[in-house]
Design a protein around this ligand. Sequence first.
Ligand code: ZN
Length: 106
Amino acid sequence: MKIIHNKWFPFGRGMIAINLFGIIFAKQHLSRVDENHEYIHTLQQRELLFIFFYLFYVIEWIIRVIQTRSLIKGYLRISFEREAYENQRQMNYREERRLFAWRKYL
Ligand SMILES: [Zn+2]
């Protein structure tokens, strides 16, 4: 997994890292848990051929924001994020994970 450390991207104070097509951009050192979280997103992206991941991610985020009336709560309710947050501390999750496991969190 390629990690590019830099001072300004992703934009926004609350964001420390973003995964774009399997490449992680990070504004600070990432813990093993953070890296595992991002790697789970890489697995999700690969199985959705990257473009469908971003498409579904944005659509679900909009729906969740409307449901929760909160940008942060909406983000935390996205199925891709729920899978990643719930399993980020399980270091062997990447080997055990089933294809399209994020569907369980819809
Ligand atoms: Zn995430």
